[in-house]
Design a protein around this ligand. Structure first.
Ligand SMILES: *[C@@H]1O[C@H](CO)[C@@H](O)[C@H](O)[C@H]1NC(C)=O
Ligand SMILES: *[C@@H]1O[C@H](CO)[C@@H](O)[C@H](O)[C@H]1NC(C)=O
Ligand SMILES: *[C@@H]1O[C@H](CO)[C@@H](O)[C@H](O)[C@H]1NC(C)=O
Length: 434
């Protein structure tokens, strides 16, 4: 028999799902699940305060592709000791972070929804007085534990383009199509419930361009000043996330910090370090299957190359997987061949779209020691208004000197992805993100 309070709760849930979407509701402000698990929201989920512009499905697909293009330019620009890149994409990008987590900064805590970024090391957030930032600003004067980082300190040597202003370390960085200028600072930061005293981050003073996440960014890269580098004893360079689908009615996924929180049974592939781009998480992609066939890809389109930075990375900030052109063409052509006579159309950068209901072959990424067979939702974009469906994989930009394949967030949705740096391995397994 159903207990009355459960019944009332159920009624409330029902009415919320019928009327409450699009406004903050019961699910959004729940406390974190436990001391090592954070809730992860999609930027357009009902729990997100960021209101992406209302647009048609086709428009939003194009926009995400355009943003991805800037992201790819950014990723390829991340060459060691040269991470200030000219801003090749001056166009305004509206919204860049795809997944956000709640982070408390300062004493008493001020709360921010920061973008997750596995390809950036240092974290940053907009601070009071910032020129070009939004309205959610960190007031450092209201925090009793806030400090500036002095010039000449080891931390100041770990940021890009450091300089000195009134003996406080400042730095500039490019990000996507944007630039930011920040002062290097430190304060207590709490993810989930664990406070991290003296966490070093950039306090943004000025930004240009539109791709800086409005409430800051949590740097999860492999380099100095990233979350992992700053919490060796707390989280032991181990974390995982489960990214909810942007269509999911479940509002949040999760990020689990530290080795204890991770699933026990996983398949892993070795994590590789590329000295050309030391912040990025490289893996060894050795082949791709369409249906049961391993497509024929020239070896150098997938090969890991520490001399020029080529290889395959796992990234949270790119939406659609990008493959080096020869790999992309091989996958596209086999996919089309398997679709037989169905008429193929295109949509923006996607060239393999069908406007009739279709049955598609599976797609499997073969990594060293691990294979990942994607669910249709991970590689097929389906229009909400028309019957058009597209293969959501695109070619990497041609104008770069080395082939960079990017396994992007749409392909990772509803999987747990474990980054285990002490054991130099990355695990992926199917999981419904809640
Ligand atoms: C950093 O950016 C600021 C503001 O845009 C600019 O005034 C300064 O010259 C830049 N510093 C360096 C070292 O590029
Ligand atoms: C939402 O989560 C529940 C488990 O809590 C799961 O059974 C369900 O399939 C999920 N729904 C979607 C759309 O992901
Ligand atoms: C493909 O398009 C052509 C021209 O519009 C049409 O004649 C043909 O019937 C279509 N084929 C299929 C399988 O829908």
């Amino acid at each position: 028999m159903m207990k009355p309070f459960l019944f009332v709760l159920l009624l409330q849930l029902l009415s919320l799902t019928q009327h409450g979407l699009g406004q903050p509701n019961h699910n959004c402000n729940l406390p974190e699940k436990d001391s090592s698990t954070l809730r992860v929201f999609h930027v357009s989920s009902p729990c997100s305060p960021f209101k992406p512009k209302k647009m048609s499905w086709e428009e939003s697909v194009m926009q995400m592709l355009t943003e991805d293009q800037a992201r790819l330019q950014y990723l390829t620009s991340l060459v060691a000791r040269k991470s200030i890149a000219p801003v090749a994409w001056a166009r305004q990008l509206i919204q860049s972070p795809t997944y956000i987590v709640r982070v408390n900064v300062g004493t008493p805590p001020q709360s921010f929804l920061m973008a997750l970024d596995t390809s950036n090391d240092v974290s940053w957030l907009p601070c009071k007085g910032c020129v070009g930032c939004g309205s959610a600003l960190f007031g450092s004067e209201r925090s009793t534990s806030f400090k500036g980082i002095a010039c000449g300190t080891p931390q100041c040597q770990q940021v890009t383009s450091p300089s000195c202003f009134q003996n406080v370390c400042t730095f500039n960085q490019t990000y996507g199509g944007s630039t930011l200028a920040a002062t290097l600072s430190q304060d207590t930061v709490a993810l989930s419930r664990d406070p991290i005293p003296g966490y070093v981050f950039g306090c943004i003073q000025k930004t240009t361009g539109g791709s800086i996440p409005p409430q800051g960014l949590l740097g999860l890269g492999r380099g100095p000043l990233s979350l992992l580098s700053q919490t060796p004893s707390l989280y032991r360079s181990t974390f995982s996330y489960c990214l909810p689908s942007f269509r999911s009615s479940n509002f949040s996924g999760s990020m689990k910090l530290g080795p204890v929180a991770q699933p026990k049974k996983m398949h892993y592939t070795p994590l590789l370090t590329n000295p050309k781009r030391p912040s990025l998480y490289y893996v060894n992609l050795i082949g791709i299957k369409v249906g049961s066939k391993t497509v024929n890809i020239p070896a150098d389109a997938l090969a890991f190359n520490p001399n020029n930075g080529a290889g395959t990375v796992i990234d949270t900030g790119t939406v659609y997987t990008r493959l080096a052109t020869p790999a992309y063409i091989a996958v596209r052509d086999e996919f089309r061949r398997r679709m037989g006579k169905a008429n193929v159309t295109s949509l923006g950068g996607f060239e393999t779209c069908y406007s009739v209901p279709i049955t598609v072959p599976s797609i499997t990424f073969l990594f060293q020691d691990m294979k990942l067979t994607l669910d249709q939702d991970n590689f097929l974009l389906r229009s909400t208004s028309t019957s058009i469906s597209c293969l959501a994989i695109a070619a990497a930009p041609e104008n770069v000197n080395s082939a960079l394949n990017v396994i992007a967030n749409m392909q990772q949705q509803n999987h747990r992805v474990v980054f285990d740096l002490p054991n130099n391995r990355l695990g992926i397994s199917r999981e419904t993100c809640t």
